[in-house]
Ligand binder design. Structure first.
Ligand code: ATP
Length: 544
């Protein structure tokens, strides 16, 4: 922040600078071309240009020819072509030195000399001491790393020397130091493993991480440099599952194609099991009244509906097998613009603000978003409209639909049925809109299908102090009577924990509903990103 005029003037002149605009243009072009992965057509553009210039001189002196020859002679253009050729010839890659003479004198005919050039990246290999023979062997080769790319070092190979230093009687730690300290060319003397089967898995396997992992916080990782950090929701391409404890994976969206170590599902499950299981939490209070299910309404609550919402509490019986979230197998989905939008499902503990978020999203873009119209058996009120507020049906019809499994969920309140039917979701989707639906965690399975390909959003309360502050402030602004008690806030937080621990693996996005404006913005940006993404990641489960 500044008030100084000269700063403004500087900023203004910088933003008006033609060079800056050109840089942006180049940046945009590069981004566009990057997606096409262009390959050079020829490797000697510079010499071609000079040959052409010479020939053109003999072609007479038409204006176009003159212009072209002048262009060819410009230093900028020449440099551009030289850079092009360097890239095309991959001239930037380091050159390997000749093989040392003494290597050829070795009488062990099975010994192999391998020279690799080490950049600042690690070599992409881990070593261990073979317990039976005492030899130093290559334990793992990271897919895509320098060692792997060379194709010359394999798992199980015995390392005899590094840069002429014999490794006999050396500890793996000492060898690691030797390797880390070496820069540029590194020469290995290797006894190749007798026979090693290459892992050849034609099928690509993608896993979405359901937890955050940072190798820097993990004292048990075999090599921090060789490991891959990731966040919940990131997609990893698994390249090897041979090892029970450490898988190898590439981080998608990362320009680095080198594979690294990630904890296997088994390892992470074991680690979580050693921690105190949160899922065994029992809520402090019993539910006040019967579990009158969902609020089948959209707009601001009428006093009656508010009363219903207060008496209603999510059932804590969120039944699903308790297994810690690790990875979820996903497959790429390229949405055709003619395809229906994915269903957006919002889940959260009662009172967290699921309906409020849904309502605001809808208001923000009613042409894009749509919500289902609930069914009810109660009488239509004077100000209500059929098909807008509710679909009014008879008890007989409602019960028939229950038997025919037409409801995603339904409940009874003051003797009347209320419910959301699958048909109403279809209707919104058929209009070409993004259908926003809120469901009880127990009912997720009804919409967790390949047809709906739901994008699951978990709406979570913020920490108690922020929850208290935001809710009370909102009540104050709306001049509403504040009946939300401290216990309600605590229940909400506890229930959110239960839902997350039991259904966390189903959620694509977790959003903390603190400041409403901020949350709305975040959710909109997220939903836009999902829609615009070239590839969306859908759980394989949807297709089973
Ligand atoms: N971020 C927020 N800041 C302030 N107040 C909020 C926020 N989110 C929701 N609220 C308020 O909290 C109350 C409960 O929200 P809402 O009705 O959307 O909850 P819900 O999750 O749909 O619960 P229920 O299923 O019980 O209706 C409403 O008065 C709403 O305006």
């Amino acid at each position: 922040h500044t008030d100084r005029e000269e700063d403004y003037r500087f900023l203004h002149s910088m933003l008006m600078e033609k060079k800056l605009h050109l840089l942006f243009k180049i940046h945009e072009r590069l981004r566009r071309f990057e997606k096409r992965s262009p390959a050079p057509v020829l490797e000697h553009a510079a010499s071609l240009a000079s040959e052409l210039a010479e020939e053109l001189i003999d072609q007479g002196w038409r204006d176009e020819v003159k212009e072209l020859v002048a262009l060819f002679s410009k230093p900028n253009f020449k440099i551009l072509l030289a850079v092009h050729d360097a890239v095309a010839q991959r001239d930037f890659e380091p050159r390997l030195p000749p093989i040392p003479d003494d290597a050829l004198e070795d009488d062990e005919d099975s010994v192999k000399i391998v020279s690799l050039v080490k950049t600042k990246d690690p070599l992409g290999a881990t070593i261990k001491r073979d317990k039976s023979t005492g030899a130093i062997v290559v334990a793992r080769i990271m897919r895509g790393g320098a060692a792997d790319k060379s194709g010359l070092i394999h798992e199980g190979d015995e390392l005899k020397e590094v840069n002429g230093v014999p490794l006999e009687h050396r500890k793996p730690k000492e060898i690691l130091t030797l390797l880390t300290q070496s820069r540029g060319e590194v020469t290995f003397k290797i006894v190749p493993a007798s026979s090693k089967e290459e892992m050849s898995s034609k099928k690509k396997l993608f896993m979405q991480a359901l937890f955050d992992y940072d190798p820097n916080d993990d004292p048990t990782v075999p090599s921090k440099d060789a490991a891959v950090a990731f966040k919940r929701g990131d997609v990893l391409r698994i390249v090897s599952m041979e090892d029970d404890t450490w898988w190898q994976a590439c981080h998608l969206g990362d320009s680095n194609t080198r594979a690294g170590l990630i904890p296997s599902q088994q390892l992470h499950e074991r680690r979580v099991a050693l921690q105190r299981p949160k899922a065994l939490f029992t809520p402090r209070r019993n539910n006040k009244k019967s579990d009158v299910e969902r609020s089948f309404r959209l707009g601001r609550k009428s006093s009656l509906a508010r009363e219903a919402a207060r008496s209603r509490r999510w059932s804590t019986g969120v039944h699903s097998s308790i297994c810690p979230p690790t990875y979820k197998e996903v497959i790429p989905y390229h949405r055709d613009p003619r395809d229906r939008h994915r269903l957006v499902v919002l889940v959260g503990p009662s009172g967290v603000g699921v309906n409020e978020l849904k309502r605001r999203l809808l208001i923000s873009d009613p042409d894009h978003f749509g919500v289902t119209v609930p069914y009810t058996t109660r009488e239509r009120r004077r100000q209500e409209t059929e098909g807008v507020d509710y679909h009014y049906v008879s008890i007989h019809k409602f019960e028939e639909d229950i038997l025919n499994h037409r409801f995603i969920e339904y409940g009874r309140y003051k003797g009347h049925y209320y419910g959301t039917s699958l048909d109403s979701v279809h209707r919104v989707m058929a209009e070409g809109k993004v259908c926003l639906l809120d469901v009880h965690p127990n009912k997720i399975k009804h919409v967790y299908t390949s047809e709906f390909k739901p994008y699951m959003v978990f709406v979570k309360p913020p920490r108690i102090d922020e929850l208290r502050l935001t809710r009370r402030r909102a009540k104050f602004i709306c001049d509403e009577e504040d009946k939300t008690s401290e216990e309600d806030f605590e229940d909400m937080i506890n229930l959110a924990e239960t839902i997350e621990s039991q259904c966390g693996h189903l959620f694509d996005k977790v959003i903390v509903n603190g400041d409403m404006a901020e949350v709305l913005r975040e959710l909109k940006v997220d939903l836009e990103k999902v829609e615009e993404a070239d590839v969306q990641w859908i759980p394989l489960l949807h297709f089973n």
